[in-house]
Every structure is written in C-alpha cells, then in structure tokens.
Design a binder for this molecule. Structure first.
Ligand SMILES: Nc1nc2c(ncn2[C@@H]2O[C@H](COP(=O)(O)OP(=O)(O)OP(=O)(O)O)[C@@H](O)[C@H]2O)c(=O)[nH]1
Ligand SMILES: [Mg+2]
Length: 385
C-alpha cells in the first residue's frame, strides 16, 4: 500500500467538484515545475562529472558535460536532464582564484534562480568555499557540501594493512567539518560522493536530505530525474508514480464521453499512454537507458528482460485496449473494479470510472515496476544499498 502524502490527502478530502480540478492541476504541476540545481566549487573538483552522473551519463556520451584533468568549464553552462527537461543542472564556473569574491560571483550567476547549491571539493574545503556558503546562507538559500572522488581516497587507503572503510569515511568527514567550522548554526551538511559509483557512500543520504528540504513538487521532479542506481531509488520512483495515479485517474477518467473502444469504461487512452510513458522513462525501461546499463554491468541481455506486453507496447508507442485489458487480468481486485463500471453517461459514471481507472493505472505502474525490478535483478544491482 502507498500513502498519499498530505498534499494529495487534502485534495482527496475536498468536495468532488473541486477535487477533479485540483487533481488535474496536481498532475500538470510536475510537468510545469522547473528545478534548478547549481553546482559549484574549485577547478577540477568534479563538478561536471557529478552533473553527468546524476543525469545518468558517462563522460564520453553525446550531450555529456566535458570533463578532464585540465580546466574545462570556464563559463556558466546549463544542462537539461535527458528525460526530465524540467530539471536543470547548472555547471558554474570554478571558484578557485585567490581574488574570488563570493557576493560578486553570486550576483553574476544570479543566485535567485537556483533552488539549491552544491559546493564540491575533492580535497579540503577552502576559504572560497566557506565564503560562498556564507553568502548563500545570507540569502536564505539551501546549500550542501559534497566531498567528491571518495573512490580515490578509499582506493589509496585500501593499501594499508589496517584498512577500515568506515574509519576512512569518518576521518574525511571530520576533516571536512574542521575546515567548515566557521559556518555553524546549523552545522553544514557534508556528503561524501563518488560520481563514478553513485550507489556507494552518501549519495542516497543526499537524496533523502533534499527530499526533506525541497517543496513537494520540486522533490518529485528531482526523484524522477535520478538515474536508477539502486533498488531504493527505484522504490521511491514506484511510490511516486503510485501516488500520481490518483491525479492521472481523474484526468483520464473524467472524460466520460470518450471511452476506449471495446472497453466498457470511460478513460482517455492518450492520457494513460502519456502517464505510462513517463513512468517507463523514469524506471529506465527505454532502449537508451537499458543500453547504458548493459554496458555498465557488462550484460548484453538486459533488453530481453522486458517481456511484458504493456512495456513493449509503450516502447512502440502503441498502447491499445488489448494491453489495457490484459492488465485487468493481473489480479482479482482489478477485475472487481472493472465489473463495477456503470454504463457511460450515467450520473455516477465519472466517480465510478475514476476508481476503475485508478485500479487500471496502478496495475500498469505495478507491471512496469516489476519489469524494472527484474532488470535490476538481472543486472545484479538489487542489494547495493
Ligand atoms: N576517481 C574519481 N575521479 C573523478 C570523480 N569526479 C571527477 N573525477 C575526475 O576529476 C577530473 C576533473 O573532473 P571534472 O568533472 O572535469 O571537474 P570540474 O570541477 O568540472 O573541473 P573544471 O570544469 O575544470 O572546473 C576528471 O579527470 C574526472 O574524471 C570521481 O568521483 N572519482
Ligand atoms: Mg567542469
């Protein structure tokens, strides 16, 4: 079972006339909201690499941010997410120069545009990082410190006889806190990250923290945009889509005059397809995502894991009532909801078909989720967190 979240619960408790409109707005909101993430820090800290990692890209992918051992990012560049164009990642110019002026810098990059700042360092945090954080804090914006390239530290330390990964990590953490002691109240949050291995170290904690601190719709946009690096993130996406089925059911089910041919219920197939397609991309079931994952885990057979007729139909952008009807066979509960759908046009239709559509949408999300889980399992990524 999935909880609704306070925002949705409030809508569900409102009168039917209002509910429909509010839910439609809710569904649109996620498409309309834009999340702006600023990534900053000194030259070579790993800013561009981090941006690529959270866009699910490798350094040599087309559209990846250029990275390298020499100074590569001199100007402010914005990168859209490959499947969530409303999530923008800003690769800010480095802050390395000794003449760095935090306030001037923030004015130049237009501080107000951003939802939060990520300040990256691959070594000790420096004076410039502290100045920047203080200036951001003064403007009441969120910022997080990322200590990058942790895989390097672990690799180097692992040569030692008494190597203990947890000890190395807490040592780095303490060191970072020491260098940032001028920023207190609250104590700055520091996350240890490897852009090459997002599933390790503090990346999930960073995501969890952002989830708590961002407004609901921005948080949802963030979650949907993250690459699937572990079963935890997949579970979060599943939950998010399950919550959204409420809004999608209303948006599609309330069009009681345009039933899908052959189905004795009113629902707009275009809205269903759009909803499932969004889900398909977010769960990483599209060819491009699967190909990338295949390369990463060195397993060319991941594509063949996608056997579900629904998944195949979405890939071919041809969702018909055949696949939709098949969904209704998934479980008895769905069949039950189906049988309750009254004749189109009766007074109760909108509300009744709403519940049937909801059940249908949930069965669809579950079908996509099962396929995505199977892909993760075959890729050997199920117990990495
Ligand atoms: N091992 C390891 N290397 C990393 C990581 N992140 C970045 N690097 C390497 O560090 C170097 C610099 O990375 P970039 O992402 O280009 O750094 P940047 O902050 O964008 O640099 P500028 O644009 O020049 O300011 C590259 O050679 C990356 O491959 C990481 O998490 N682990
Ligand atoms: Mg760069």
């Amino acid at each position: 079972t999935y909880s609704l979240g306070s925002e949705l619960q409030e809508i569900m408790d409102s009168p039917l006339a209002e509910k429909t409109n509010k839910l439609k707005k809710q569904l649109k909101k996620l498409d309309n909201v834009t999340l702006h993430i600023a990534v900053t820090g000194s030259t070579g800290a790993g800013k561009s690499s981090f941006i690529n990692a959270i866009r699910g890209l490798k350094p040599d992918d087309v559209n990846a941010a250029p990275t390298g051992v020499t100074e590569t990012t001199m100007t402010l560049t914005v990168y859209a997410h490959p499947t969530m164009p409303n999530v923008k990642l800003w690769d800010l110019p480095g802050t390395g120069s000794p003449k760095f002026k935090a306030k001037k810098y923030l004015k130049e990059v237009k501080l107000d545009t951003f939802d939060f700042f990520i300040i990256i360092s691959s070594e000790r945090f420096k004076e410039n990082d502290v100045m920047l954080a203080k200036a951001i804090k003064e403007k009441k914006k969120l910022f997080y410190f990322l200590r990058s390239k942790i895989d390097n530290d672990i690799q180097a330390e692992s040569q030692r006889k008494d190597f203990d990964e947890q000890k190395v990590l807490s040592h780095i953490r303490e060191d970072c806190h020491r260098n940032l002691k001028d920023i207190d109240n609250p104590k700055p949050k520091i996350f240890l990250i490897s852009s090459f291995e997002l599933h390790k170290y503090d990346f999930q904690t960073l995501v969890d923290t952002l989830e708590k601190q961002l407004p609901a719709h921005k948080r949802d946009a963030l979650i949907l945009s993250l690459p699937i690096y572990s079963s935890k993130i997949l579970d979060e996406k599943i939950e998010l889509f399950m919550k959204q089925t409420w809004s999608a059911a209303v948006a599609s089910g309330s069009i009681a005059v345009a039933p899908v041919p052959g189905l004795s219920m009113a629902c707009d197939a275009a809205i269903l397809l759009a909803f499932f397609t969004k889900c398909y991309y977010a769960f990483g079931l599209n060819d491009e995502s699967i190909d990338k994952l295949s390369v990463r885990v060195n397993n060319p057979s991941l594509k063949s894991v996608r056997k579900s007729p629904l998944v195949i139909a979405i890939g071919q952008k041809k969702l018909s009532n055949k696949e939709l009807s098949a969904l209704t066979n998934r479980e008895a509960a769905v069949k039950f909801a189906w049988s309750m759908v009254p004749v189109v046009g009766s007074k109760k239709t909108a509300e009744m078909s709403y519940s049937a559509t909801l059940t249908l949408l949930r069965a669809g999300v579950q079908d996509l989720a099962d396929t995505a889980k199977e892909v993760l399992k075959v890729a050997g990524l199920t117990d990495v967190y």
